[in-house]
Design a protein around this ligand. Structure first.
Ligand code: M6R
Length: 361
């Protein structure tokens, strides 16, 4: 049942304020400025001995894991990174007892992720799951984890599960941070930011008409470039994947800082750039990248917290805490991909060549 929407994708994008509310519900502990994660199975003493975190997933879940690694590193100060599960599995990785492994999967059934979890467990590693489907194979194999509570996602392309997975990582990062060196004040600051998310997502969803008009302008593009830096880079990766999956427009994502090391050669009026430009310590650096693109007559669509002078158009989104901004900045670009694909007459919920869950290698 699409509940009055034309597609499941549109329904699922619209459900995000409620979905985020659900992943937060009952988990926040204001007394200690932390969160409780019932199924984690990791006592504080063990949590203090973790020396590294390795996050494994595929596709959109891998992108959520990249943002998650950044959240963990900044809040808990534990070195963390994410890798596609399929690649990890085939490079005979060093499995180290002080590393905590986290498998991310909406369906909990993705074969490459499941196989990585099984291999890790066979080697004695501790593996947690960040999973949407309760009781799924990965949830059952893992030693514990966090359910993302996004509710059923029918559209082949992931939207609300991505958002909720990133919020679940923010909860995990806050939890680990408060066991280690994150201050009460910072804990409070993050909690207040988390509580603002549902309302701010609703505000972003109101920009749909503006985004729809923009999408009509970009719908004929042969290719598009997505750029961001540090926290903004995985947002660019995910937005570019979304556009590819449903519109079949070729898209690439690059850290903005890498442009001059190669991809700047592609910039010309026919190759538009979508830039993630948060109001954080990298704002001036991001603006410099926009200038480089403008100097080559590239068209720019910015997602930012304030109008960007060098951009042809800026989608202005509400500001949250720096750490949580990536959660919000991806949302207008879900709508952008959606309306671009719609303008091109694509089958939004069932893009060609793709399946909802990839249970083969
Ligand atoms: O169920 P999973 O999260 O494990 O799925 C992983 C990917 O197959 C999935 O995210 C895929 O990239 C989607 N089509 C993204 O929109």
């Amino acid at each position: 049942d699409m509940g009055g929407h034309d597609t499941f994708m549109h329904k699922e994008i619209s459900e995000q304020p409620d979905a985020v509310d659900r992943v937060l519900r009952g988990r926040i502990d204001d007394r200690f400025s932390t969160v409780h994660l019932g199924g984690l199975n990791l006592d504080p003493r063990e949590a203090r001995t973790i020396r590294r975190i390795k996050i494994l997933g595929c596709g959109t879940s891998y992108h959520a894991g990249l943002i998650g690694a950044g959240l963990i590193e900044s809040m808990a100060r534990i070195p963390a990174d994410a890798e596609p599960a399929s690649e990890f599995r085939y490079r005979n990785p060093v499995v180290d007892p002080d590393t905590l492994y986290i498998a991310v999967s909406q369906s909990g059934e993705t074969y490459d992720v499941l196989a990585a979890v099984q291999e890790l467990k066979r080697k004695g590693a501790r593996v947690l799951g960040v999973v949407n489907v309760v009781g799924s194979a990965i949830a059952r194999e893992a030693d514990g984890g966090v359910y993302v509570h996004a509710g059923p996602e029918v559209c082949v392309v992931s939207t609300k599960c991505f958002t909720n997975t990133v919020v679940a990582f923010a909860l995990l990062a806050l939890h680990l941070g408060r066991i280690r060196d994150l201050s009460v004040t910072d804990g409070k600051r993050i909690i207040e930011g988390l509580r603002r998310l549902p309302e701010q997502i609703s505000e972003i969803l109101k920009l749909e008409d503006e985004i729809k008009e923009l999408a009509a302008e970009y719908a004929g593009a042969q290719s598009m470039m997505f750029i961001g830096r540090v926290r903004g880079y995985p947002v660019a990766l995910e937005a570019s994947l979304k556009l590819k999956e449903i519109s079949y427009i070729h898209a690439e994502a690059y850290p903005a800082s890498e442009l001059k090391h190669g991809p700047l050669a592609l910039i010309e009026p026919a190759l538009p750039t979508v830039a993630i430009v948060p109001d954080d310590d990298l704002l001036e650096k991001n603006r410099a990248a926009l200038e480089e693109i403008k100097a080559r007559s590239g068209r720019i669509l910015a997602v930012a917290h304030q109008e960007q002078e060098k951009a042809d158009h800026t989608i202005v989104v509400p500001k949250n805490e720096d750490e949580l901004d990536p959660i919000l900045m991806g949302i207008p670009l879900q709508l952008f991909a959606y309306h671009t694909a719609l303008a091109m007459g694509r089958d939004i919920d069932k893009p060609r060549n793709l399946a909802k869950s990839v249970t083969v290698e």
